[in-house]
Design a protein. Structure first.
Lengths: 203, 467
């Protein structure tokens, strides 16, 4: 079960400022009332957008059609809801660039073939300023070389080695890889006393 | 050679293999599911033509969407009913045990796992909910996971995970009167920040933690994720073992004795190494309340809310946003803030000891006339025990509503929600914008005893003045 290999993401970017933007804000809980992820795209950041009365980055015409979301630190903290990256993906984003990301959020992104690239706080500031100055420019996130390039130059990005390999090799959809170890899974289960109601404790 | 900590022992025992990408394929001993994050996972399995690999290692309950006023089927909300039907069908098809309302075992997923003895020391555990860290109270390694990972566990009983670093959080000495496990966790998050624990598993230790009951340990581990740590745990001890004895899914008879030797084996060695150590004096912890929009924005009850100008540059914008949203006055204490709603419940603080403590305070007065107060037990078992002890009567005669078990106003996926700009004193775990159902609603996190006291006074008050 090999999936699409993901080497780069490029397109126009959208600048979303703010630290600690949690997944409750990305997709409010009422949109968790669903049995499929379809149709979540239009509800991304719904409450924040209402509160901002048209002044939210996702409603900013300059950023229309953006494929890359540039954020600050701890983006996607909080709830484990995969609805959050699903909503952003269905809104059209394929990559996130920021200072740092919530751990479960970035894991969920990888599981859906979305890139989370980390830059230094200074580089994020530079990139945000550059995009705001010229929102029409194309930004490229290169997974192979771990770089982000824009009019502000080419910046060194951080993508954990394991995640980088998963994206490049198309093994980000983990199920297939995990299934490969069928016999080893059984063997591990046999070694665990509690899986065997503590009947035979080896060693 | 230095000894090993529990995290690394459990990790190694469950490691199926190292994956080419450097992650570990980790066997998951116990998988818990609920109605919100599982239907899409079952759908993905179907699309891939796969079935559930170890159905006897997954257990299901319904908690997030369930109404707490009237739980008769069909549920009043047709979407909630549809989600329930999906869960029932998925469990039936796969042969997964489902604790529904007719089982007598239904409740919030992180309350029922420990209650039924499903959660045990030395296990790996996963659930599509970030507060899965709770189960670490029993000395298990418990991860909150996303829906794609729920699919992975259903299909293979394993996860691809990167090993975490381990930080020992040592809470020494003793807690003062009126200071609870909730205050300890809020204090830790206040000190380390909402992202201070990213990349770490927390091992809670020290005399305060060792003297905690299992319910207190659950509260402590529950909020690990709010400080950024994916996992939090306490080494198992006599308190853990006594708690497990006689529970429905815990080993019994001779098996219990054999289990004990495995459980004692997985404990951290006395000379275990850690990647980091944080020490906190229990006596310095005050009743703690959040004033902002992330759990790190908290203060001791009598401490002033920090001024933006006192903070490092990087934190100022977030601080200003929180001050504006919450409409609080910096430089002044949170005590005295008028509340509109009081919520006692959630996987953090809805167990019997929480309700007993809240009832003890409820007995001292009556809910203020402008306050709407809700008590939502964490499970049917808690509800039943509370009834045996006469707690519902105490709450009701003090003006609190006594509800059926569920997540309720912790995330407001049912009809229990804030309206407009209401301020809620809440025993739950998240004070994010919009968390309690109104996009502009405001949440103040605190211990259940503090919530009960605030309900009665009508404003935030130091619980030590009441007890
Ligand atoms: S009570 Fe709240 S935090 Fe706990 S499982 Fe339910 S929704 Fe999640």
């Amino acid at each position: 079960m090999s999936e699409r290999k993901i080497g780069t993401a490029s397109g126009r970017a959208c600048v979303l400022r703010g630290n600690d933007i949690d997944t409750d804000r990305i997709i409010p809980a009422r949109y968790l009332m669903c049995v499929t992820f379809e149709g979540l795209g239009e509800f991304a950041f719904e409450d924040d957008r209402k509160e901002a009365k048209g002044n939210h980055a996702l409603d900013d015409e300059r950023f229309n059609g953006a494929k890359i979301l540039v954020v600050e630190s701890n983006f996607g903290c909080g709830s484990s809801r995969e609805h959050a990256p699903q909503a952003l993906m269905r809104h059209g984003f394929t990559a996130f660039i920021g200072v740092s990301f919530g751990e479960i959020f970035s894991g969920n992104c990888t599981a859906n073939g979305l890139i989370c690239a980390r830059l230094s706080p200074e580089d994020v500031t530079k990139l945000m300023e550059s995009v705001e100055l010229d929102p029409t420019q194309e930004i490229t996130v290169d997974v192979e070389s771990k770089t982000v390039s824009s009019k502000a130059g080419t910046m060194k990005a951080e993508i954990p080695e394991g995640v980088r390999n998963q994206l490049l090799e198309g093994t980000w959809h983990a199920t297939g890889v995990l299934l490969d170890a069928s016999a080893q899974i059984e063997a591990t289960a046999r070694q665990l006393p509690y899986v065997n109601t503590f009947v035979e404790i080896s060693d | 050679m230095a000894g090993k900590n529990l995290f690394n022992k459990v990790w190694d025992a469950h490691s199926v293999r190292e994956l080419p990408n450097g992650q570990t394929q980790l066997f998951i001993g116990l998988h818990l599911i609920h109605e919100v994050t599982s239907p899409q996972a079952f759908e993905m399995l179907r699309e891939m033509g796969l079935s559930v690999r170890f159905p006897s290692r997954t257990f299901a309950t319904v908690d997030h969407i369930i109404p707490t006023d009237d739980q008769k089927r069909p549920f009043a909300d047709p979407i909630a009913e549809e989600m329930m039907i999906h869960l029932e069908n998925n469990c039936r098809e796969a042969g997964i045990a489902l604790f529904d309302t007719s089982s007598g075992r239904q409740g919030i997923v992180h309350v029922i796992g420990p209650e039924l003895g499903l959660t045990q020391p030395g296990m790996t555990l996963a659930c599509g909910d970030s507060h899965t860290s709770s189960h670490g109270a029993y000395g298990s390694i418990a991860f909150g996971i996303g829906t794609s990972q729920v699919r992975d566990v259903l299909a293979t009983q394993t996860l691809a995970m990167g090993r975490l670093k381990v930080r020992k959080v040592d809470v020494a000495g003793k807690l003062g009167r009126g200071v609870y496990a909730k205050d300890v966790t809020l204090d830790i998050i206040r000190r380390t920040g909402a992202k201070g624990g990213v990349g770490f598993a927390y091992e809670y230790a020290g005399s305060v933690v060792e003297s905690f009951s299992m319910e207190e340990r659950l509260t402590l581990c529950n909020m690990s994720i709010e400080g950024g740590a994916r996992v939090g745990y306490v080494n198992p001890d006599e308190i853990t073992y006594n708690d497990l004895k006689g529970k429905a899914y815990a080993p019994s008879g001779a098996a219990f004795g054999r289990a004990l030797s495995w459980w004692n084996n997985v404990k951290s060695d006395s000379d275990a190494e850690y990647d980091d150590i944080v020490e906190i004096q229990g006596s310095e912890i005050e009743p703690t309340v959040t004033w902002g929009i992330n759990p790190g924005q908290a203060v001791g009850i009598n401490q002033p809310i920090p001024r933006t100008s006192d903070l490092p540059d990087a934190e100022r914008a977030g601080h200003q946003e929180a001050v504006a949203f919450m409409d609080v006055r910096t430089g002044e204490p949170i005590a005295g803030t008028k509340i509109d709603v009081a919520f006692i419940g959630s996987c953090t603080n809805s167990r019997i000891s929480d309700l007993r403590e809240a009832a003890r305070i409820a007995q001292t007065g009556h809910v203020a006339s402008h306050v709407r107060a809700l008590v939502v037990p964490g499970s049917q078992a808690v509800q039943k025990q509370a009834e045996l002890e006469g707690l519902p009567e105490i709450f009701q005669s003090a003006g609190f509503e006594w509800r059926e078990p569920g997540c309720s106003m912790c995330l407001a996926m049912n009809t229990d929600r804030l309206k407009g700009r209401e301020i809620c004193a809440s025993s739950s775990n998240r004070n994010f914008k919009g968390r309690q159902g109104s996009p502009t609603g405001r949440t103040l996190l605190m211990s259940p005893a503090m919530v009960a006291a605030a309900a009665i006074r009508g404003n935030v008050v130091d619980v030590r003045e009441v007890i």
